[in-house]
Design a protein around this ligand. Structure first.
Ligand code: FCB
Length: 437
């Protein structure tokens, strides 16, 4: 069955940050620090999904999709990231899973979508090897409770973005600006993924995947310096997170680090544990030029000549085809089947006086990207699912509530949900789909 779904993440939608024994996450801490998010927005309430989840499941079944990718908040399950389990936190996901299944929607949980328990951050977070071990324990706890009903699990969401924004540049939680010294945060996330694959399978999970944020990288010109810089960027963004998982080895990282002193014997075998699928999040391609200053071996040259989203991201549907066919040529038979686990766009959506949201741009975006995915499939790429980011307008990290990505508009003052024109379009589109293709 081809999975057609939407995706969300716990901190972006749940709210209820102090309820039922939930512990503090690094995003609670970060969002409450002055100047970290636009207008000081936090996820304290977000879409209040923790209380309104039944209404949100009804919105999903109304769409006619057959899968839903959400994330489990580690601090709800283990408030301090280790030791005692908070049963009330697990109960929430247990009810959600049952209600989704009753509505004909396959639950696809992601175990880590950036909301690390603060207590683990206080011991180094992903810069510390210990976090990888704690992550595997938490994965086993979640699977022991849910794997009888949840076939497919995703370990991490976008370890690249978490490393780059959270540990290298400091624009996301935990707000560290370590630049290339952040590389251990990549390795420990990947190690945590590998250990979790083992733990999940031992606890009864039937299928396991990892979600990477990938981008097709284009050189700004055919000049050797630009081409070399584009290769360096591709290594950092794509290969650093795909090669060890798919091939069991790191790419050449000598442009970034003198030695991989965080790497221990056996780690790569753990990280390369066979997967049932590789999740790919695609938003935009990247254009790279030679470095202009000391520091990183590349410069972002920006994509021009395309329309942009409210975020300023270029809209390039064909980049998805390019990415998927590129992964297939790079990894060949070693590449697991692909799930497009996120794709979508932010728009300056307005709720009209008639109670409608006319988001024609989002419809064009989704139509174009689904078509590009189909072209990749026709060219031989094994794609098994497509998830729209996102079901609801939600807390967009450092941008707070300023970027609206939802198929459903949320009025954050009243929590009123209003399906947008794109929701109606997707519903009609899905009604016409044979879910086998
Ligand atoms: C991805 C994140 C997701 C959302 C989208 C817009 O990088 O995984 O949580 O913020 O971007």
């Amino acid at each position: 069955m081809f999975l057609w779904g939407t995706a969300t993440a716990a901190y972006q939608i749940e709210g209820a940050v102090h309820e039922d024994g939930r512990g503090v996450s690094i995003w609670d801490t970060f969002a409450h620090e002055p100047g970290r998010t636009r207008d000081g927005h936090t996820g304290d309430v977000a879409c209040d999904h923790y209380h309104r989840w039944r209404e949100d499941v009804a919105l999903m079944s109304g769409l006619g999709l057959n899968a839903y990718r959400f994330s489990i908040a580690w601090p709800r399950v283990q408030p301090t990231g280790s030791g005692a389990v908070n049963e009330k936190g697990l109960d929430f996901y247990d009810r959600l899973v049952d209600t989704l299944l009753a509505a004909g929607v396959q639950p696809v949980p992601t175990l880590f979508h950036w909301d690390l328990p603060q207590a683990l951050q206080d011991r180094g977070g992903w810069m510390s090897r210990e976090t990888a071990e704690r992550f595997a324990e938490y994965a086993a706890i979640a699977a022991r409770r849910l794997a009888d009903r949840v076939p497919l699990w995703i370990t991490l969401n976008e370890p690249f973005v978490h490393m780059a924004f959270g540990y290298a540049m400091g624009v996301h939680a935990p707000g560290q600006a370590l630049m290339t010294d952040a590389l251990p945060a990549a390795h420990h996330q990947l190690l945590g993924h590998g250990l979790a694959v083992r733990a999940l399978r031992a606890a009864g999970a039937r299928q396991v995947a990892l979600t990477n944020n990938c981008t097709p990288v284009r050189a700004a010109s055919a000049d050797e310096a630009d081409v070399k810089a584009a290769e360096a960027y591709d290594t950092l963004h794509n290969r650093l997170f795909n090669d060890p998982v798919v091939l069991g080895r790191y790419p050449d990282l000598s442009a970034y680090t003198a030695a991989l002193d965080f790497l221990q014997d056996g780690d790569l075998e753990t990280i390369a544990a066979p997967l049932d699928a590789l999740g790919i999040n695609y938003y935009q391609p990247t254009r790279i030029a030679a470095p202009t200053a000391e520091g990183l071996p590349f410069t972002d040259a920006g994509i021009t000549g395309h329309p942009t989203t409210a975020f300023g991201w270029p809209v390039v549907p064909d980049g998805l085809r390019e990415l998927l066919t590129g992964l297939t040529s790079r990894y060949g038979a070693a590449l697991p089947p692909i799930l497009v686990t996120e794709n979508g766009c932010s728009q300056d959506d307005v709720l009209t006086e008639h109670g409608t949201v006319e988001d024609a741009g989002r419809i064009a975006f989704l139509r174009g990207h689904i078509e590009a995915m189909r072209q990749a499939m026709a060219a031989g790429v094994d794609v098994r699912g497509y998830f729209v980011w996102s079901l609801l307008d939600n807390f967009e990290w450092a941008e707070g509530y300023h970027q609206r990505f939802g198929l459903v508009h949320v009025d954050f003052a009243t929590q009123r949900r209003t399906p947008k024109a794109s929701y109606a379009w997707l519903k009609e589109f899905l009604a016409g789909q044979n879910t086998d293709t």
